[in-house]
Write a protein that binds this ligand. Structure first.
Ligand code: CP3
Length: 355
């Protein structure tokens, strides 16, 4: 297999020369787009969208039809994995994701097993294949998973949490039980990401959205160690092409050297880190992805462009930068400002990195 026609995203992740800085946005398909809301209405619910490969493909392509994006990301959710483990995912209106059967009892934790992704998450693999067909040779497709720690937060808490009290009580009182959950979940994530790669994902990203709520010691023991194991077991090439992996720990700015040591190809950064300083710390080991504050997109267009330029100049010269937001795009974002942002990134003069 050859690379897609626009391979700047893959080139930047592998720190090869690029003609412009590639850009994509976390949650680029979503509620800020009226066409997404229309498809979601037709589907009946967000989960129906995720579980229908044709509709998942349709919404994946929507932001690419509107904007000059350099990558597509599979439309799905990180919580499909614990759903496939039998926890019963549902979305309560206005309350975010919840599980009918959160993991609390020792015997349930002992019984937990990793699902076969080609059976229990077949709809995701079918969506990946469908999206690849629809994209043709245009831009690469990103697959993804949650990190074991971030998935465990939802599995144990049963939904979003303000203080992570239940899972942290387990962490301090019964670390053996939490390790058991993380162990099974890490196996599930490896199998899930490898199945996505086999189905056609050309890069993968691990979302460790809640790694930043851990203490220094707990981050290394309960989050990073499992991501390192995943990286070791991941298929790193497919069809003769390297499949780069991005690790994103939100709030992980103090652990960049340790994240780079996991063997990932790139680190995702939230907006609290200075890109240039991050780059000086990790050197040539990994590429960097990020890191505009998603709220900057609510400013007037000239300010949006100026903030994009600031991120670009912080990174500095040379390749190895994938422009993104520091977290998912807000549902209230004006779509016009996304066009302004992408234009500003693509037209920023690059020095010392052109192909
Ligand atoms: O980036 C993309 O465009 C791909 C799609 C994607 C979604 N969720 C779609 C989605 C991805 C990569 C995710 C990952 C995800 N899901 C994470 C990790 C990234 C992060 O944001 O930290 C997490 C923690 C989740 C769990 C989750 N799913 C939450 C907390 C919510 C509610 C969010 C909210 O704003 O209400 C979801 C639902 C969800 N996942 C939506 C979308 C587009 C909104 C669903 C809707 O249409 O109502």
């Amino acid at each position: 297999m050859t690379r897609p026609q626009n391979d700047t995203f893959l080139r930047a992740l592998l720190r090869e020369p690029v003609t412009h800085t590639p850009v994509w946005l976390m949650r680029q398909a979503g509620r800020y787009l009226p066409e997404y809301n229309e498809t979601r209405r037709r589907a009946g619910s967000f989960l129906n969208l995720c579980k229908n490969p044709q509709l998942a493909c349709e919404v994946t392509l929507q932001p690419l039809a509107r904007f000059d994006l350099d990558a597509a990301i599979l439309f799905s959710d990180i919580l499909t994995v614990p759903d496939a483990m039998g926890l019963g995912l549902y979305f309560a209106e206005g309350e975010g994701p919840k599980f009918e059967r959160p993991l609390r009892n020792e015997w349930e934790i002992r019984d937990l097993t990793a699902p076969d992704p080609n059976v229990h998450l077949r709809y995701v693999m079918d969506a990946v294949a469908e999206i690849r067909r629809a994209l043709g040779n245009s831009v690469p497709l990103i697959g993804f998973s949650g990190s074991p720690w971030t998935l465990a937060c939802y599995m144990v808490e049963g939904g979003a949490s303000a203080d992570y009290r239940t899972i942290k009580t387990m962490l301090y009182d019964r670390p053996d039980l939490l390790h058991r959950i993380l162990d099974v979940t890490a196996t599930a994530v490896v199998n899930y990401l490898n199945a996505q790669i086999e189905s056609g994902a050309q890069a993968v990203m691990i979302f460790d959205s809640w790694g930043g709520v851990l203490s220094h010691a707990a981050y290394h023991e309960f989050s990073l160690a499992y991501m390192r194991r995943i990286l070791a077991d991941l298929k790193r090439s497919h069809d003769g092409q390297r499949v780069p992996c991005i690790v994103f720990t939100k709030g992980g700015g103090q652990w960049l050297e340790a994240i780079a040591d996991t063997g990932c190809d790139a680190i995702g950064l939230d907006w609290t880190t200075h890109l240039g300083e991050a780059r000086a710390r990790v050197g040539n080991r990994v590429a960097l992805q990020g890191n505009l504050d998603p709220m900057a997109l609510f400013a007037s267009p000239d300010k949006v462009a100026a903030q994009a330029h600031r991120v670009m100049s912080q990174f500095g010269e040379g390749t190895g930068h994938v422009f993104n937001l520091g977290h998912g795009i807000s549902q209230f974002t004006p779509p016009e400002n996304v066009s302004v942002l992408i234009h500003a990134v693509h037209n920023y003069p690059l020095q010392g990195s052109s192909a």
